[in-house]
Design a protein around this ligand. Structure first.
Ligand code: ADP
Ligand code: MG
Length: 426
């Protein structure tokens, strides 16, 4: 993809916007972009530089994203609404064409990484409450104040962040800015690859080490490192697919596993599709597993399997909802039964949490009571983000002991401003 119309190849020390921003290391990438940690020489701050592919359709998408991000920044002068902040944008010309670049506040690892670091075991419910609160605050702002639907909410697009400022606390952040391209390094790109590989290997080893130690302790709750006491805060990112509710342009939206039923049925959509994705995300944080992972099979499509999985968990879809979409006839007969998947095995959410994920009866019931209303098949009946924030589930607190039971241990978690080493000893 590093060719005409594609990604812009970046090397450590490369300058952007007339020398203002200097590339430090690669943070991540998506379908349309690569994202680099950069040093802003004007403000002496670290920022995330999202560099879009150059072809026309990517540039157009980036312009749209900049428009959405600008509205988000303008409506939140104190930057307190749990949504990533756009700080600047500009064009950068390279060998592959002209790339739109977004300068974003620098955040940390995604919730997907958090789940992976936690070895897909699920986090404790107290932490999930904190994370859910942040996501809901972000969604409430987008939905109620701006009229924006995110359209691609998932763990990968929610990033952790800490309030530690490395420019004030460089020791804790462990970062020193690179101001020039490293010398004796004619092919920076390749070297960077080697460094990245080394870092990845080191991360894997760290995880292995912890798991070995756990095994040698008989896999009990006696963890060497825990997530205890960390202020879990996060922000919603990636507005490449977002839209204003009154200016929708796409039908095929949302990442498969987080897709709402009305999107599959093409029955029109609104803010409540983000609520559906939110509830899928909350389940994943608690269990380490995606809630719905549909597959096509003999005689049925991925879409039909997806609808079947939803009904097995949540009960039969009301006939009115089932037959109400432009694509309903592809899946449902006139009685509102699936055409090709006839036998459903019902497994309600609270039972699933107890039987498969070993939740206590109490935890399962409370969590299911919070999530089930959000999984209403009728989009207009789902609670809003604002209503969810009022739910009594947020006032509950599990004991430290219960928290430890659910939670596997952690290595090192990147919360944006350097690596936060997690408290040792329990
Ligand atoms: P795309 O639209 O191409 O999917 P994203 O905005 O999702 O791009 O960014 C791709 C990846 O880059 C993210 O998954 C994340 O790992 C990293 N990233 C994006 N924004 C930031 C940020 N503000 N701070 C730190 N890392 C980021
Ligand atoms: Mg993304």
């Amino acid at each position: 993809s590093y060719r005409k119309g594609g990604y812009h190849a970046v090397r450590v020390g490369d300058q952007f916007a007339g020398g203002r921003y200097i590339a430090q290391r690669k943070l991540g990438w998506g379908q349309f972009s690569t994202v680099w940690l950069a040093y802003d020489t004007r403000t002496s701050q670290y920022v995330a530089l999202k560099i879009q592919k150059s072809a026309a359709q990517f540039a157009e998408a980036a312009l749209h994203e900049i428009e959405v991000l600008s509205a988000i920044a303008n409506g939140d002068p104190s930057n307190s609404k749990c949504v990533v902040r756009l700080m600047d944008h500009f064009k950068h010309t390279g060998p592959n064409g002209q790339h739109l670049c977004m300068v974003l506040e620098f955040l940390g690892d995604s919730l997907l990484r958090l789940i992976r670091y936690n070895r897909y075991k699920g986090l404790g419910l107290n932490k999930i409450r904190e994370i859910c609160k942040c996501i809901l605050m972000g969604l409430d702002y987008l939905h109620r104040e701006l009229g924006i639907i995110h359209c691609d909410l998932k763990p990968e697009n929610i990033l952790l962040f800490s309030t530690i400022d490395p420019t004030k606390d460089p020791v804790r952040s462990g970062l020193t800015p690179i101001l020039e391209r490293p010398e004796g390094n004619p092919n920076g790109g390749v070297t960077m690859n080697i460094i990245e590989k080394k870092l990845k290997r080191r991360a894997r080893r760290a995880v292995l080490k912890i798991s070995e130690r756990r095994a040698s302790m008989g896999g009990t709750a006696k963890c060497e490192r825990t997530l205890d006491g960390i202020d879990m805060r996060c922000k919603v990112v990636d507005f490449g697919n977002a839209c204003w509710a009154d200016k929708q342009f796409a039908e095929e939206i949302q990442t498969r596993q987080y897709r709402a039923p009305e999107v599959i049925l093409q029955a029109g959509y609104s803010f409540s599709i983000d609520m559906w994705s939110f509830a899928c995300t909350a389940f994943e944080l608690a269990t380490g597993d995606m809630l719905f992972t549909p597959n096509s099979g003999q005689g049925f499509s991925e879409d039909e399997d997806h609808l079947a999985l939803m009904m097995e968990l949540l009960g039969k879809m009301p006939r009115k909802v089932a037959i109400g979409g432009a694509k309903s006839k592809d899946f449902f007969d006139r009685h509102g039964d699936l055409k090709r998947i006839r036998r459903l095995k019902f497994w309600p959410l609270d039972r699933l949490l107890v039987e498969k994920y070993k939740f206590s009866e109490n935890d399962a019931r409370e969590f299911a009571e919070f999530l089930c209303p959000i999984f209403d098949f009728a989009p207009e009946k789902r609670p809003t983000a604002q209503q969810c924030l009022q739910h009594p589930w947020f006032n509950l607190r599990n004991s430290t002991q219960d928290e430890m039971k659910n939670e596997a241990n952690m290595g090192k978690l990147n919360v944006g401003m350097g690596n936060l080493k997690i408290k040792v000893g329990k």
